[in-house]
Design a binder for this molecule. Structure first.
Ligand SMILES: Nc1nc2c(c(=O)[nH]1)N[C@H]1C(S)=C(S)[C@@H](COP(=O)(O)O)O[C@H]1N2
Ligand SMILES: [Mo]
Length: 384
């Protein structure tokens, strides 16, 4: 940005205004045009059959900012939605550590602050007919997890870190063992020690909203939503691999793989995010249409768009925001489309050259559960 290199030359309030404007345009970078109107997609979601589990889905046609405001952010709760009193709450650090800890929110806030802009997507998003808005982008703030684990002193035998939520539900296993359990997800010790993981207490400058995990949640940039445990109450270190419903039963991807002509069925636990994109909205001013969308889940190099069965066309990526773990907005002008029904499909390509798979790609077509649905998204639209 040449503006920034020249900033020493700009004086007083002019400089402040210029820099403020720059920040504003960065924070809200979005390919909008004055006077444009949004065209609704023909394919709209049927009613949500699990309104307690999935709340506040992103309405793609309303997407007009890089950062999703808190009141428009989706939330997922597989059990109850606990309302936690800050005054009585503590985070326990226990298990195979030399120095167990119990931290208040004030203790956690007094530690070094770290911020990350991260787009969180539920791995079930676009895998179910009533679910395509399980995604949002926020600026999360908290304190890094790794120094806390170091301070607690993990024993040599510790290989696994479990994140326990305060929410609780009844588990019924196929072997008929039934019990109550708090929400839990784990990571290997090496994964948990990633310096990017934060114990997060703030979302877009405000305390975490209750639905998004107040008072504290894990934010694991680059992971699917499920790894980002909310309403944290305990973190413990173990000497065995851990499984919970949300690791070994739900959030398990079952995929048919081809191993030299032999079919092998792989069952894997949902973990890191995958390359994905979606058309968000079509706008127009008179006959000048524009397709706007988002791409995320891996370092995005470029995005291509296909209208009906036409050729892939390069979209323009809005590069104002270079946040590593945040979605990128893209757009493609669509001048004077013919009247009638059309389809719009996008595909993202990452910096290693991987292409977001088509729905017909065996990677998606031979996937038998709805998790990790990163296949290309096609939307339908009526023009004129
Ligand atoms: N404690 C707890 N943490 C949780 C969940 C939950 O049900 N309980 N849902 C997970 C899922 S499935 C997703 S997609 C993300 C969603 O984060 P959000 O609700 O802040 O959007 O939270 C994750 N963390
Ligand atoms: Mo999720």
């Amino acid at each position: 940005m040449p503006h920034l290199q020249r900033r020493e030359l700009i004086q007083g309030s002019v400089a402040v205004a210029a820099i403020a404007a720059l920040h504003a345009s960065r924070a809200y970078a979005f390919p909008t045009r004055p006077g444009e109107e949004v065209v609704k997609w023909l394919d709209q979601l049927p009613p949500n059959p699990v309104p307690q589990v999935i709340k506040n889905q992103l309405v793609w046609e309303d997407l007009d900012a890089w950062v999703t405001p808190n009141d428009k952010f989706f939330s997922i709760a597989h059990f109850n939605r606990p309302v936690i009193e800050e005054s009585t709450w503590k985070l326990e650090i226990g298990g195979l550590v030399k120095k167990p800890m119990a931290l208040t929110l004030a203790d956690i806030k007094s530690r070094p602050r770290e911020e990350v802009t991260f787009t969180i997507e539920c791995s079930g998003n676009t895998g179910l007919p009533f679910f395509n808005g399980g995604i949002g982008n926020a600026r999360w703030a908290g304190t890094p997890l790794a120094p806390i684990l170091k301070e607690a002193g993990v024993h040599d035998s510790g290989i696994e870190v479990v994140f326990w939520g305060a929410d609780e539900g009844e588990i019924k296993r196929a072997d008929e063992v039934t019990f109550k359990q708090n929400f839990a997800r784990s990571m290997s010790l090496a994964e948990a020690m990633d310096p990017k993981n934060i114990l997060c207490y703030e979302m877009n400058g405000a305390p975490l909203p209750p639905d998004n995990g107040f008072p504290l949640r894990l934010i694991a940039p680059g992971w699917y939503g499920i790894a980002n445990a909310k309403w944290l109450k305990r973190i413990d270190v173990r000497d065995q691999r851990f499984e919970s419903r949300f690791m070994g039963r739900d959030y398990v991807t079952v995929r048919e793989e081809d191993h030299n002509g032999e079919t092998v069925w792989a069952e894997t636990s949902v973990g890191r995010a995958r390359l994905k994109s979606a058309p968000a909205r079509v706008t127009h001013i008179g006959n000048d249409y524009r397709i706007v969308g988002a791409a995320w889940g891996a370092p995005v190099d470029r995005v291509e768009v296909k209208i009906d069965d036409g050729p892939w066309m390069p979209a323009t990526i809005d590069d104002a925001d270079k946040a590593e773990f945040a979605w990128k907005m893209w757009s493609l002008d669509w001048p004077k489309p013919s009247a009638g029904e059309h389809t719009v499909t996008s595909r993202a390509i990452d910096t290693s050259g991987n292409i977001q798979p088509a729905m017909s790609d065996p990677w998606i077509a031979k996937k038998h559960t709805y998790w990790e649905s990163n296949g290309q998204v096609t939307r339908r639209i009526q023009i004129g």
